[in-house]
Design a protein around this ligand. Structure first.
Ligand SMILES: Cc1ncc(COP(=O)(O)O)c(C=O)c1O
Length: 385
């Protein structure tokens, strides 16, 4: 059998990490310090916004975003605060809404892309709505121009879950995701993400006031910038917070990995383009429009099959070819924990979720791997036509 083609790079850490990592491990400076500052500077340089705060995970970053945006009764909002969000995502997008003491309200998505449908978002707005969370599925950017307009019109906090989308750019404006594309943008640097620091996340924040509060809240509300009276300076805490910060060990890995960001993005876009031009779009509909080839980060390459039965056959066929494919995430509205909050049908989610599957596109694929993937798709097409 051919060697396995994995969905994500098998070894996702550059060897250039080894030496700085060893140095930092034995430096006596392993907690949050200069390396965290430097990683934030590098993220800021890359996306074009200086107000960056790293965190211990993307999930923590989302929790911090809702904290600093004062969404949910835990964070100074009300017990009825609602957050409009997408169910087609990792549960990590929506669990923080519970953590904030707010109510998730699921909007529909576009059946052909999996991205949140702005018309549906507007229809779900009530007098209790406080925020919108959108997710750039697989790195494919949402319609930020219209989401910003809706958020402005109804005075809502706009939060982007860009866990999959580091390096993605808005279609139309060309703006980097995270460069004021929303009030707050969250990134994840978890192990499988294209830029990883093993576990970690970050917020890119547009408003200086939200940034200041988030900076306090990510470490128990303690102002680390104030001259310390003793080494922990815990006096006069005014805002509550938790331990959401990153440490210098993870930051050291992130600093090395982010050097490869452009290479990784270019490679994934190139792979996506090659695969896209070599498959039958009537049979395997890419879940993005052609112009997205230059904008998505292509953490995932999602295609749409005929129906659930077709997808099951496809998964089995690809397994025989030793090529990993996956749905990656399950629609959240069908999870028992979220089901009580459902409001009405979501036909876009129904259609997308039963047909979608993700195929490998990552930056470590070789030309031979790409040939094997496109050959396998062609083979499946012939066998099932
Ligand atoms: C869409 C989405 N949001 C949030 C997260 C959470 O990120 P983390 O694992 O860094 O907490 C993930 C993780 O994979 C994700 O896929």
């Amino acid at each position: 059998m051919d060697s396995p083609i994995t969905l994500f790079p098998w070894d996702n850490i550059s060897h250039s990490v080894d030496e700085p990592l060893l140095r930092i491990l034995h430096s006596g400076e392993i907690r949050q310090g200069f390396q965290v500052d430097l990683f934030e500077e590098k993220i800021g340089e890359y996306i074009g916004n200086r107000q960056i705060l790293t965190t211990c995970s993307g999930t923590a970053a989302l929790q911090l975003a809702l904290r600093a945006g004062k969404i949910g009764y835990v964070n100074g909002g009300t017990i009825k605060d609602e957050v409009i969000t997408t169910p087609m995502t990792c549960v990590a997008t929506n669990m923080p809404i519970f953590g904030a003491g707010a109510i998730p309200v699921f909007a529909d998505i576009h059946a052909d892309t999996g991205l949140i449908n702005v018309d549906s978002v507007e229809k779900k707005i009530t007098r209790f709505t406080k925020a919108i969370i959108c997710v750039h599925w697989g790195g494919l950017p949402c319609d930020m121009v219209n989401l910003r307009e809706i958020a402005k019109k109804y005075n809502l906090l706009l939060v982007e879950d860009a866990a999959h989308a580091f390096g993605a750019t808005e279609i139309g404006t060309q703006n980097n995701i995270g460069n004021h594309s929303a009030d707050i943008t969250m990134f994840s640097f978890q192990a499988l993400k294209q830029i990883t620091c093993i576990d970690g996340g970050a917020l890119s924040i547009a408003d200086p006031g939200i940034y200041r509060l988030a900076k306090l809240a990510r470490w128990y509300g303690i102002d680390r910038d104030r001259a310390p009276i003793d080494s922990r300076h815990e006096e006069d805490i005014e805002e509550w917070g938790l331990k959401w910060h990153m440490n210098d060990v993870n930051a050291t890995i992130g600093i090395e990995q982010i050097k490869f960001a452009s290479f990784i993005l270019d490679s994934q876009r190139h792979n996506a383009s090659t695969i896209s031009s070599n498959i039958d779009h009537d049979r395997f509909r890419p879940a993005f429009k052609k112009q997205a080839l230059a904008h998505s980060s292509f953490w995932l390459f999602t295609i749409l099959l005929r129906d659930q039965e077709d997808r099951l056959k496809f998964i089995k066929y690809m397994r025989e070819k030793n090529i990993r494919v996956s749905q990656i995430h399950t629609r959240n509205d069908h999870q028992k924990v979220f089901a009580p909050f459902n409001r009405g049908s979501l036909p876009g989610v129904d259609s997308f979720f039963e047909r979608m599957i993700c195929i490998p596109v990552h930056y470590k694929l070789t030309p031979n791997d790409i040939d094997r993937i496109t050959d396998a798709l062609e083979g499946f097409n012939k066998e099932t036509s």
